[in-house]
Design a binder for this molecule. Sequence first.
Ligand SMILES: *Cc1c(COP(=O)(O)O)cnc(C)c1O
Length: 400
Amino acid sequence: MKNIRKDFPILKRKINGKDLVYLDNAATTQKPFQVIEKITDYYSNHNANIHRGIHRLSEEATEEYEETRSKTAKFLNANTNEIVFTKNTTESLNLLAYSVFRTLKKGDEIVLSIMEHHSNIVPWQMLIEKGVKLKFTDINGDGSLNINHLEKLVTKKTKIVSITQTSNVLGTVNPIKEITKIAHDAGAIMIVDGAQSVPHMSVNVKKLGCDFLAFSGHKMLGPMGVGLLYGCEDSLRNITPFLRGGDMIKEVHQQETVWNDIPWKFEAGTPNVADVIGFGAALDYINKIGMNNIETHEKMLTKYVIQQLIPIKGLTIHGTSRKRGSAVSFSLAGVHPHDVATILDSEGIAIRSGHLCAQPLMERLGVSAVSRASFYLYNTKEEINKLVNCIEKVKNIFRV
Ligand SMILES: *Cc1c(COP(=O)(O)O)cnc(C)c1O
């Protein structure tokens, strides 16, 4: 992990005369020059529309685009035709919600958890107008998922279970394999929000056994505008496409259309070719470092930051589950999270504050907002020291 910071041009930036300390990786990660250059190279040398032209540029663009699909499949231990490109995790989950809209009926139920990101709640609320019920699994005191509660909620009425693998607020890593078994035993489809897990730990979809897994390229060194959806072959074949138009078809007649094969039947219109190829470079970068090394580095940082935060009087960490990722949310008694973030920013430290796109969880925790520091492979212990010193400074300013 020693020399990787030099690969990230933005890490040289000064904010208010101070070195940037970027601790908002759960919102989006920074990009190495390998990714930035790949996108520039695409537009400088290869740009063409894909799957259509029988000319050199189109063939090159198609080949690199499809190669990113195989790289993604390999990364997750999936088959190449099980990977769909979307815009982000949110679109991947919307694709699923729209695709099952016609098949779910009044009385059917969808089981979520109270720790879900808005993008794994709001699309499902659309089904309420069809008479479908949404049920929310509660959490335990340490921020882990209450599996007993989940087991009670999942019944024969349950058609979909959709749960995050890692919480973007609590950091909790949920036992997806176990939850998938509960869902499948009841005959439900299992969907995983992998936005905070896939970038930070090895995820093997065949081992998990889930039907679908959604995540975003921009949270794992890739450019914005690339979302991923894994769907196991049978599950992908069973659902109808959500966006319709060019490229997702085999035959079009005046009154009817034959869909293309999976995965293309879900990719209507000209896709984000340049950024998908950029995402391919991000995967190459991550593979070169090694997912295990990234995991080990983040575990070390997480342990260190928690050790440093626990002794701070008036500071509460939200989420202390033993199985956790590197997003660490906290409250400082007597100080609004926005004030914490503003003072940290004056020292060049970027953290998140607010409801973190998880308002039902905020309500459950009895807070309206929290502060969150989240880490990735380029962060260091020195940066954590700066964070902790600056939190002490906040306490002095507010005399708490
Ligand atoms: C960021 C995030 C999302 C949404 O990702 P987008 O790229 O904004 O669509 C969904 N779920 C979790 C857990 C996230 O952290």
